[in-house]
Design a protein around this ligand. Structure first.
Ligand SMILES: Nc1ncnc2c1ncn2[C@@H]1O[C@H](COP(=O)(O)OP(=O)(O)OP(=O)(O)O)[C@@H](O)[C@H]1O
Length: 924
């Protein structure tokens, strides 16, 4: 069906019909699940399925025939996208059985949600709504049925709450919904007390009234007024009329029903908002109609009247499509056809819809009369419709209608009131003045509906009805709209057959089943399907669809010839088809042969195409793959090179870091080992020193010579050792610092020393020079003195008496003897030679000393003396000696001069010596 509607772009409808309890609702759910699986994926299908528990809770109730009977009609329109996916849905409901809220028959229940709320509401909600058990509410306890076997109402309440969450009804709105339900229940408990002789009443100011006022958000006094009085307009005056007990109860029940119906409508509106198709609307839809089944009870009322009327309409739709249109088509297309009779329900429909003398028209007419009663209505029906074969007047207020499914006798009691469905303006005003948003919304809906004209064929002639529409009129309008919608779709009918009346599985009551099959026209359908031609197709379409199966080329032929050629080729027997003016008609199963061959051939073509395309795609894919692999290898190579460069850089950096860290660690380790070694060494040295100095105690007294020295280190001694070690370390550090300072000083001294060295060298050179000049002077002096002496020795005998003896005192001072003239001369010679000798020695000594000091200073010789200080001392000594030597030389000169005066020879010597002496500057 989905494929069909996607291909042909014709909307489809599934019309599910059958008696109450036959399984329409279950079938509708199965169909929805099937469509959800086929067109699911967007998630909306889950929401659509979750509407079922909500609608069942608020719109289904236990009846004598069905524990889960739908008390409203439902058309769900599932919309699909171009690709066949569910894009949204829309639900339309029909005629909720409102009277069930305030009244239900013995053994039946009101709507499931009341029982579910009372059983499953959590404590907080119960306290907020002041909820009691079901048997404390008059509306629920009147039928003496509170539960359904095998059904857990509390569990269902949680399922409903979950479903409300899923269709996006907010928690606040959910609470308001439950408050409305509680208000309806409490409204049923509101009672009245008679206040005067005219039977006028007012509401009892008890818990019920206060709770209702609280739950809907109004003042209890206002509620009391709305329930017990009625404002009326007489002429230009407004008067307030007090209500009698029955009127007040009617008003109360009408308010309860209106609140519940308003709540049901509001919920459907919320669901539709959640499932809204909006922009995704494509116009492709499959509608599922699940409307209450035909009902025939012992006592049938207005509800059954409406329900059975709706079923008559649906049966008409069924007949029209399966019998009328079918047979009309055969005749129009000129095929040989023997007409099949069927039970047409057109007469029954006329009975309901005829104007002005139809059941609905008469009901509406009587409802508009202020004095009209159920009795007058029944009489009127009997008066005007007795001649209709589908109508039969009964005793008292009853009448019987011959429906397609059987005769049903209706009791007109309550017909007018239910048809009027009056909710007085006072009650509507009360709802609109409430502080809660839901009663306000219900009131505005009621006002809108009563003002909105119903559009439909019935109203076209008579124009818009701006008055409050009767229930029957509204329902008829809805049905017409529904039929119009179904007419625009391709219908698919599902007939549900109820197997037994005990709601028990696996048991079939043959009579009951046969009656249903007859009533709903299934037998005729089977007959017409057998003798008729259920499959038909225009010539063009047939030729186009199966033409390619022809073995010969028939492209140039017209579609009829192609069609006939196809039929011949496939050996379809002439009695199995008929050729009409425009269409070909086939008996059941014939088109299937063609369809199978077509499918097989198409499948084969597809296989060939798929192989070819597969081969092409494979080749293309391989090319692409090669290309991709090349590009990938380039990209990967480039990427890897970049990564390698980064890695290499990192590796190098890591090596550097490792080197540094290893170096640091090694240094640290080395330092630790060195420090430890120093500590150990210092400890061992300290220990050995102390051992030597007897600071370490021996184990037992004085050790014997032959015993090994076993040393016991006491703990205090260890502490002392440590202290000393620390002290030694500190001293070592000090020494190191001192060493640094000394090292610096040494550098300074070295600098200075190099300066001194230079000076010393220059001095030494001068010294050497002087020494050499002195030596030469002295040798000259010696030589001259030796010559003189030899000259004088000849004269010695002569001048012996005059020789004076010159001698050197201990201080090398020259002492001149007075008596001997030769001796002073030789004495002078010896003094000079001694002076020369001394000079030699001294120069040797000074030279050696100076050289030694230089060697010490330069470190060539190791000596514990201060070379600078010694040098200064040496210089001082040299100065002293120089002065002394100069003095002695002068004295020697004076003596020699004296002698020279006595002896001229000496003068020569003196001159020679001093002349040379003076010519060499003694540079000290
Ligand atoms: N396909 C099914 N499989 C199992 N049980 C079914 C099936 N169809 C119906 N039933 C049983 O029959 C009961 C009544 O079915 P359902 O509520 O669908 O009837 P209905 O035709 O919709 O009745 P009503 O017109 O009163 O709403 C279900 O509660 C279920 O127990």
């Amino acid at each position: 069906m989905v494929l069909c509607f996607l291909a042909d772009e014709v909307n489809q409808s599934i019309i599910i019909s059958g008696e109450s309890g036959a399984g329409k609702t279950e079938t509708a759910k199965i169909a929805m699940q099937y469509l959800a699986v086929l067109g699911g994926g967007s998630g909306i299908e889950y929401e659509i399925l979750k509407t079922n528990p909500i609608l069942e809770a608020f719109g289904n109730a236990k009846t004598l025939r069905n524990d889960n009977s739908s008390r409203f009609g439902k058309l769900i329109e599932i919309h699909f996208s171009e690709t066949g996916k569910i894009s949204g849905a829309k639900i339309q409901t029909f005629l909720l059985e409102k009277s069930r809220v305030v009244q239900c028959a013995e053994g039946e229940r009101s709507y499931h949600i009341f029982y579910q709320l009372c059983a499953g509401a959590p404590r907080a909600l119960r306290e907020k709504l002041n909820l009691k058990d079901v048997d404390e509410y008059k509306y629920l306890k009147q039928s003496n049925c509170y539960s359904i076997t095998g059904v857990n109402d509390a569990e269902h309440f949680h399922i409903v709450k979950e479903a409300l969450d899923i269709v996006h009804v907010s928690k606040e709105d959910q609470e308001s919904v439950f408050a409305m339900l509680a208000a309806v229940l409490w409204l049923g408990n509101v009672s009245f007390t008679i206040i005067d002789n005219e039977n006028h009443v007012e509401a009892v100011q008890d818990e019920s009234l206060i709770n209702v006022a609280k739950l809907i958000g109004c003042d209890a006094a206002d509620l009391n007024l709305a329930l017990s009085t009625r404002k009326m307009r007489v002429g230009s005056d407004n008067i307030v009329q007090k209500l009698t007990l029955s009127q007040a109860v009617e008003t109360r029940d009408a308010l309860a029903k209106s609140i519940y119906a308003g709540l049901f409508e509001w919920l459907v509106e919320q669901i539709n908002k959640s499932l809204a198709v909006g922009k995704r609307l494509t116009g492709r839809s499959i509608s599922i109609l699940d409307i209450y089944g035909f009902e025939s009870f012992d006592r049938n009322s207005f509800e059954q009247f409406c329900i059975n009327y709706a079923n008559e309409r649906l049966q008409q739709h069924f007949n029209r499509h399966l019998f009328k249109l079918e047979q009309e088509e055969y005749i129009q297309d000129g095929i040989d056809w023997a007409k099949v009779d069927f039970d047409d329900n057109q007469d029954c429909l006329h009975l309901f819809e005829k104007k002005p003398l139809g059941l609905l028209s008469l009901l509406n007419e009587e409802s508009t009369f202020p004095n009209g009663t159920d009795y007058t209505f029944a009489n009127k029906l009997k008066q005007h419709l007795n001649s209709n074969p589908c109508f039969k007047g009964e005793r008292e207020k009853a009448f019987t209608v011959s429906h397609f499914a059987g005769e049903v006798t209706y009791d007109t009691t309550g017909f007018l009131e239910k048809n009027r469905d009056l909710l007085h303006l006072d009650s509507i005003q009360l709802l609109s003045s409430c502080s809660c948003h839901l009663p306000k919304a219900f009131a505005s809906n009621m006002l809108n509906q009563s003002e909105k004209p119903v559009v439909g064929p019935l109203h076209k002639a008579g124009g818009a009805d701006s008055q409050k529409l009767s229930v029957a009129t509204k329902f008829k309008g809805q049905l017409f709209q529904l039929m119009q919608r179904l007419e625009s779709t391709t219908p698919h009918f599902i007939r549900c057959i109820k197997p037994n009346n005990f709601q028990s599985p696996g048991s079939y009551e043959q009579g009951l089943v046969l009656q249903q099959l007859r009533c709903c026209g299934v037998l005729e359908v089977v007959r017409i399907s057998r003798s008729g031609y259920p499959t038909r197709m225009p010539h063009q379409k047939f030729a186009k669809r199966y033409g390619f199966l022809l073995l010969e080329n028939a492209a140039s032929q017209d579609s009829l010839s192609v069609s006939v050629a196809i039929l011949h080729q496939f050996n379809i027997l002439p009695e199995m088809y008929q050729v009409g003016y425009t269409k070909l008609f086939f008996r059941t199963g014939q088109i299937g042969i063609l369809e199978d061959t077509r499918n097989r051939t198409l499948h084969g073509i597809l296989r060939v195409q798929s192989c070819f395309r597969g081969h092409q795609a494979c080749r293309h894919f391989k090319e692409l793959q090669r290309g991709i692999a090349t590009i990938q290898s380039f990209v990967r190579g480039d990427k890897t090179r970049k990564e390698y460069a980064v890695l290499l850089q990192r590796h190098r950096a890591a090596v550097i870091i490792q080197k540094q860290i290893k170096g640091m660690n090694a240094k640290k380790t080395f330092k630790n080992i060195r420090d430890a070694s120093i500590v150990i060494q210092s400890a061992i040295r300290g220990w050995s020193v102390r051992r030597c100095s007897g600071d370490i105690g021996f184990k037992s007294g004085v050790p014997k010579a032959d015993e090994p020295d076993e040393v016991l280190v006491k703990s205090s001694f260890l502490a002392e050792l440590q202290r000393r070690v620390l002290k030694a370390e500190a001293a070592l550090r000090e020494k190191e610092e001192e060493n640094d300072i000394l090292h610096q000083r040494l550098l300074q001294y070295e600098n200075r020393w190099s300066e001194y060295e230079l000076k010393m060298k220059s001095m030494e050179e001068v010294w050497q020079k002087q020494m050499r000049s002195l030596q030469s002077s002295l040798s000259i002096a010696k030589k001259s003195l030796a010559v003189d002496e030899s000259e004088r020795s000849s004269d010695a005998s002569i001048n012996t008496s005059d020789d004076r003896e010159y001698c050197w005192d201990t201080g090398n001072n020259l002492k001149v003897p007075e008596s001997n003239g030769l001796r002073p001369m030789s004495a002078g010679l010896s003094v000079i030679s001694r002076l020369a000798e001394e000079f030699e020695q001294r120069s040797q000594v000074f030279g050696d000393d100076a050289k030694f000091l230089v060697e010490v200073k330069s470190g060539q010789v190791d000596a514990s003396l201060n070379p600078d200080r010694e040098l200064r001392r040496l210089k001082q000594m040299f100065e002293t000696w120089k002065k002394d030597y100069a003095t002695r030389l002068r004295e020697t000169k004076v003596v020699l001069n004296k002698l020279g005066n006595e002896d001229g020879a000496l003068d020569k010597v003196k001159k020679k010596f001093w002349g040379r002496r003076n010519s060499t500057r003694f540079g000290f």
